[in-house]
Design a protein around this ligand. Structure first.
Ligand SMILES: C[S@@+](CC[C@H](N)C(=O)[O-])C[C@H]1O[C@@H](n2cnc3c(N)ncnc32)[C@H](O)[C@@H]1O
Length: 211
């Protein structure tokens, strides 16, 4: 991780109010749409959105899901998400502080989503985060993020090298497989942006299972 958790949180706190309008790239919008499309929760599904930010993914999924749990390290981003939920009359969402490797979730989840957030972690931390997600026992994990299909492009980085630390698609695929998932779709949105869909039979099989 190129910045501490506290530095990342403070950076996003400072930009929470103008975050939504700053996300104007075609690749971001395409990735967000694909994450929403692949998540496709049913009315019985509890969805966890990690690094939920201002709620681009979680708030879009809430009307179809039983409940959405949103977790983030930035209070400012979560406040913005809550404001948008209140404005839209969305009540089946619960936003709390949580990190990838300590998601602060004590109930079974069916689907985990994360968009444009995991690239803040170093590669070994991403592996730990993916193992933690596996332990929550979801049947599906949809990851949209900055990731390298052909390696970094220093001339046209889609990310900020001083704060971001994207992985290769291969490294993410290995971590997902090691966590017990099968990769069922790989969407290449851009040379440096993709959406991975990881699934496993059964679901709710992890340590968080309480039923
Ligand atoms: C670029 S925003 C993406 C927000 C949202 N998912 C979207 O698609 O618009 C990244 C978010 O990840 C959060 N974040 C960064 N590091 C995190 C961590 N270790 N655990 C949880 N959230 C984190 C930031 O606070 C920020 O809200």
């Amino acid at each position: 991780m190129k910045k501490t958790i506290e530095e990342h949180a403070s950076r996003f706190d400072d930009h929470a109010a103008d975050y939504d309008e700053s996300q104007d790239s075609e690749a971001y919008r395409a990735a967000a749409s694909l994450v929403i499309e692949h998540a496709a929760p049913s009315a019985e599904d509890v969805v966890l959105d990690l690094g939920m930010g201002t709620g681009a993914i979680g708030l879009a999924l809430a009307p179809d899901a039983k409940r959405v749990l949103g977790r983030d390290i930035s209070e400012g981003m979560m406040d913005e998400a809550q404001r948008k939920a209140d404005e839209a009359g969305i009540e089946n969402v619960a936003f709390e502080t949580g990190r990838f490797r300590e998601p602060n979730v004590d109930e079974p989840v069916d689907i985990v989503v994360s968009n444009f957030a995991m690239h803040h972690l170093a590669n070994d931390e991403k592996r730990e985060a993916i193992a933690t997600i596996g332990d929550l026992g979801p049947r599906k994990f949809v990851l949209g993020d900055v990731m390298f299909f052909d390696g970094p492009d220093p001339d046209e980085p889609f990310y900020s090298p001083e704060v971001d630390d994207p992985a290769t698609v291969g490294a993410l695929a290995d971590a997902l497989t090691d966590a017990g998932f099968s990769l069922t779709a790989v969407e290449r949105v851009h040379d440096q942006v993709g959406v991975l869909v990881a699934e496993r039979a059964g679901g709710r099989a992890g340590t968080a299972r309480q039923e």
